[in-house]
Design a protein around this ligand. Structure first.
Ligand code: NAD
Length: 295
């Protein structure tokens, strides 16, 4: 049964590194990602409580013996939620899961004099398990090694990053990608393209590429709006991309095949050996997707 195998997976390697920690409080723990972290800490034997938006009357009581507070609220209320927290026990770690890092880390450090850790799980709540998923962390203050080790026991791949560098990189990893998918979907719709007809004419590679766009629209629009809007640098990245589009269109308008090839080769050497690695990797992915789709 799905549920059983899922629970086994959650429990796998879930030794409790801090049995004496005190309560783990997940603020926003009824939400999608917070719920998953609550499940994992529970499966590792921690005492977990949820503080969601209607539970603030219990905040002082729940937080009195907290050893770890995890913030998993919508990006746009993060600052207000940090401000609303009562004083936490001195040894309690304050950690957030926000998709941006520099500002929340600053707000948490200003709020709480004890241990602080910024976390960005690079996956959505729909993953079957945390195994092999990348979790970025920005050290704030204090000893958080046990917490990083605990998540490592769950199979996650923990990677240390500087908060400012994190936010700048997300312009490419998230904002530009999500923007692209959004604009692509918007344009298909505006063009009145018949998706089913396009799919009939698509072999697995084209289907997979369309799937990468379409999956965006099965998710929460406000999460993606918040991710793109969360950092003013992201708009600069997107505008730079628009400028790139204009330059490529100019090449095509000039029927400049040689120019196109020249640009293409410049990008190929920029990707270097990664280009053929990606060719190989996507071939494997395609072979798998052929196996798993019947018909
Ligand atoms: P969500 O909307 O599913 O959950 C947010 C939860 O916070 C809800 O249960 C909501 O009731 C609660 N909440 C709202 N206001 C509150 C308040 N004032 N006090 C207490 N609780 C409040 O959102 P999510 O997708 O789980 O995202 C949560 C955080 O995780 C965000 O910071 C997001 O950037 C981050 N994140 C999400 C994903 C993802 O794919 N969903 C991935 C990485 C990081």
């Amino acid at each position: 049964c799905m549920r059983e195998s899922y629970q086994q997976e959650v429990g796998a390697g879930s030794k409790c590194l801090r049995p004496d920690l005190g309560r783990v409080v997940v603020v926003g723990g009824r939400g999608r990602l917070g719920k998953r972290f609550a499940e994992y800490f529970t499966a590792s034997g921690y005492q977990v409580s949820v503080l969601d938006k209607d539970d603030w009357h219990q905040a002082t009581e729940l937080l009195a013996d907290a050893g770890l507070v995890i913030l998993s609220v919508p990006i746009n209320v993060t600052e207000a939620v940090i401000e609303a927290l009562p004083a936490l026990p001195a040894h309690c770690t304050l950690m957030d899961l926000t998709s941006i890092k520099e500002q929340p880390l600053g707000w948490m450090l200003a709020k709480h004099p004890g241990p602080v850790l910024g976390l960005h799980p690079m996956f959505g709540p729909d993953v079957s398990s945390f195994a092999k998923e990348v979790v970025l962390y920005c050290q704030g203050r204090g000893d958080n090694d046990w917490l990083i080790a605990q998540m490592g026991l769950w199979g996650a791949k923990l990677v240390a990053v500087d908060a400012a560098e994190h936010d700048a990189s997300m312009g490419f990893i998230q904002a530009l990608r999500h923007f692209n998918s959004f604009a692509y979907g918007l344009h298909l719709k505006a063009s009145g393209a018949d998706l089913n007809k396009l799919l009939t004419m698509s072999s697995p590679i084209y289907r997979l590429e369309l799937a990468m766009v379409g999956r965006l629209f099965a998710q929460d629009p406000s999460l993606y709006a918040d991710i793109i809007l969360s950092n003013s640098q992201h708009l600069g990245v997107i505008k730079g991309f628009r400028e790139q589009l204009n330059q490529v269109i100019a090449l095509l308008e000039a029927n400049d095949k040689a120019g196109f090839i020249e640009r293409f080769e410049e990008v190929a050497s920029y990707f270097g050996p990664l280009a053929s690695d990606f060719m190989h990797e996507s071939q494997l992915l395609l072979a798998k997707s052929k196996d798993s789709r019947s018909g």
